[in-house]
Design a binder for this molecule. Structure first.
Ligand code: UGA
Length: 431
């Protein structure tokens, strides 16, 4: 029996919304994406993704050509036919760290105002929201319309740089539902996905998302703390963590030490948890410590530079990788930002390079001079910090540094270079 196809509205066409919408379009659903940002919508309509994701451009163009994905700024057009409305708007951190729910409130208000009489879509919250938000904030807005509208929570676990792949082939589906009817419709909608499915209530689904990011961020902070201690004990942290991960209970993923985690998710979600716990009078000792560990970790890269170079004033430092990790142009909370700012404050000259994130980085740290290639960034540099794990950096070897730099000192902040190939280089890594 052919699978029933649905009309889907996506509210918010950021990295999550666009990848999710395209994944649904590729399954044959009819998808209309809404964003209030006219420029973003125009760019999507032209087949130009507003941010970098591998293979996104081709798939976006196919979706537009076949008509399975459309983009609009008109909420009425997005929801008029919808069977499912996926809310994918951002929930950034307020200055006090607490989750800012203004976009999600606005999305809910726009949906109820625009929904035609008689339409009964399921509104599915994909945005990361603190436990209780769907019931406490979104439910009252939908109820004010006087209609019984069904709500569900289906958190996303997409990694930037692999967002399409993760949307299409998730490792699990969390369906937070209020009733069997919604559960059944969502199960049917996701029938093509082969992975474990866990059905929960709304709050639990919301908490699973925070639980996951908090665990992964804690794991990275643990790896960093352990690597720092290994340096104190003069043991190789690679071997130590390799041995640790041989324990059947410890997975080796997310145990790579470096300059710390960045991005639009880990820092924001941990801050929201810490702020929410404080509001409830139950401060989170662990997650506060994870954030503190991470805030300080980038300094290790600068300490290593100072050990090799002494005074940094007047030195030229190449900073390779400006995005928060390889594979994305996202510079939010990138560790390249505090590294560059500290180096500049210490009187060094910083020359940055990234395959796709230079424009965004320049807006945040305009005093960093940008180079057009790795080679140009390394030219005449006194030292280099490698900050993001871009594939194109992995193949660099000793002579790439020796032939271009004034002094070939390399601090590998992501452990992606091969030490045995660093011939002629003063090679340092964290841990
Ligand atoms: C993260 C989660 O991995 C996704 O599952 C989740 O959906 C997403 O947040 C979100 O909440 O939307 P992302 O922010 O794209 O995805 O990045 P990750 O690949 O998780 O990396 C986060 C940071 O940790 C990066 O700065 C990375 O360099 C760093 N990291 C990661 C390490 O320093 N060491 C590691 O071993 C792994």
């Amino acid at each position: 029996m052919p699978r029933p196809l649905s009309n889907v509205a996506i509210i918010g066409m950021g990295p999550v919304g666009l990848a999710t919408g395209l994944a649904f379009a590729l399954e044959g659903h009819d998808v209309v994406g809404l964003d209030t940002d006219t420029k973003r919508v125009e760019s999507i309509r032209r087949g130009q993704p507003p941010f970098y994701e591998p293979a996104l451009k081709e798939i976006l163009r196919d979706g537009l050509e076949s008509g399975s994905l459309r983009a609009t700024t008109h909420v009425g057009k997005a929801v008029e036919q919808a069977d499912f409305i996926f809310v994918c708007v951002g929930t950034p951190a307020r200055p006090d760290g607490y989750m800012d729910d203004s976009f999600i409130r606005r999305a809910a208000t726009d949906i109820v105002n625009a929904l035609p009489e008689g339409r009964r879509p399921i509104t599915v919250i994909k945005s990361t929201v603190l436990p209780g938000t769907t019931e406490g904030v979104i439910r009252p807005i939908l109820n004010a319309s006087g209609r019984a509208l069904s709500l569900a929570v289906n958190p996303e676990f997409l990694r930037e740089g692999r967002a399409l792949e993760d949307s299409r082939y998730p490792d699990r589906l969390i369906l937070g539902v209020e009733d069997e009817a919604a559960a059944k419709r969502l199960r049917q909608f996701y029938a093509h996905v082969r992975c474990p499915v866990l059905e929960t209530d709304l709050r639990t689904a919301e908490a699973i998302k925070y639980g996951t990011n908090a665990f992964l961020a804690t794991k990275v902070a643990y790896a960093n703390e352990m690597a720092n201690l290994c340096q104190v004990f003069r043991v190789d942290s690679d071997r130590v963590l390799e041995g640790v991960a041989l324990d059947a209970r410890i997975d080796p993923k997310f145990l790579v030490p470096g300059v710390g985690f960045g991005g639009s998710c880990f820092p924001k979600d941990l801050k929201a948890l810490v702020a929410a716990a404080k509001v409830e009078g139950k401060p989170s000792v662990l997650f506060e410590a994870v954030l503190r560990q991470n805030d300080a970790q980038y300094r290790r890269a600068i300490e290593l530079l100072r050990e090799e170079l002494g005074e940094l004033r007047g030195k030229r430092i190449a900073l390779l990788g400006l995005a928060f990790k390889g594979g994305t142009d996202d510079v939010r909370e990138s560790r390249a930002i505090p590294i560059a700012k500290d180096l500049l404050a210490e009187g060094a000259e910083v020359v940055g390079y990234d395959p796709v994130a230079m424009e965004g980085f320049h807006q945040l740290v305009p005093d960093v001079r940008l180079a057009k290639s790795v080679r140009a960034a390394l030219a005449e540099a006194d030292a280099c910090i490698l900050q993001a794990d871009w594939k194109e950096f992995e193949d660099l070897e000793g002579r790439d540094f020796v032939l271009t730099m004034r002094t070939p000192i390399v601090v590998d902040g992501r452990r992606i270079l091969t030490p045995a190939r660093m011939i002629g280089v003063t090679y340092r890594r964290i841990g």
